[in-house]
Write a protein that binds this ligand. Sequence first.
Ligand SMILES: Nc1ncnc2c1ncn2[C@@H]1O[C@H](COP(=O)(O)OP(=O)(O)OP(=O)(O)O)[C@@H](O)[C@H]1O
Length: 222
Amino acid sequence: MIRVANLTVAYKNKKVLDDVNIVIEKEERCALIGRNGAGKSTFIYSLLNLLPVKQGQIFINGIDHKQNHWKKHVAYLPEKFQLYPHLTGEENLCFFASLNNREINNKKIEEILKLVGLWDERNGKSKQYSKGMLQRLGLGIMLYYDAEILILDEPTSGLDPMGRADILSILHSLRGKTILLSSHHYDEVKKICTHIAHLENGKITKYSISEFESMFMAERGS
Ligand SMILES: Nc1ncnc2c1ncn2[C@@H]1O[C@H](COP(=O)(O)OP(=O)(O)OP(=O)(O)O)[C@@H](O)[C@H]1O
């Protein structure tokens, strides 16, 4: 569960998040949507402590995020990330899986490569992977860490419709995860998400998909 209370973030004099309060419950799949520059990345960076929070509080599974041990509950996929182009898909996954002296679990590596649809291409060098394959490999690396809370910054950005559908259907297939993902593609994320967190003018309002749909339709009709 993620709980944010009275979060305000400003860059110099420009307030981007203004007294944000939101709870994302265990096992919800919540899409953070908002226009370009609305503050989606700023919100995610604040959650992850990549941006120091000066005003407000954030709790991850009940742990104040000023303490460090919340980190084992969370895995993060940034919008842009770098893999090792001369390594194969499987070697990249094994490299990241072994960080922090973790032992590599070969069965889990196989399961994840199958889950993200890269088992047959596992021996191809990642420099030869398409953008969709790279994104699925990034997702696989994130999933290896077995965190309960997954935070993804625009995971479908720059992908074609099939690539976007692949990523979303993998996320939809996961069980027991709490997911927050930012996106510009409301029509797509609504198919797999349970909730929408709408960021506008520094405020975040959370809706169930049906609440958001009826508000959206009412606005269109008026
Ligand atoms: N380091 C920074 N210094 C000053 N202003 C910043 C900084 N980072 C972001 N901003 C500004 O804060 C606002 C919110 O940016 P942010 O990147 O969080 O929005 P976003 O919703 O993620 O945008 P996009 O959808 O385009 O990725 C923008 O006006 C941006 O220009």
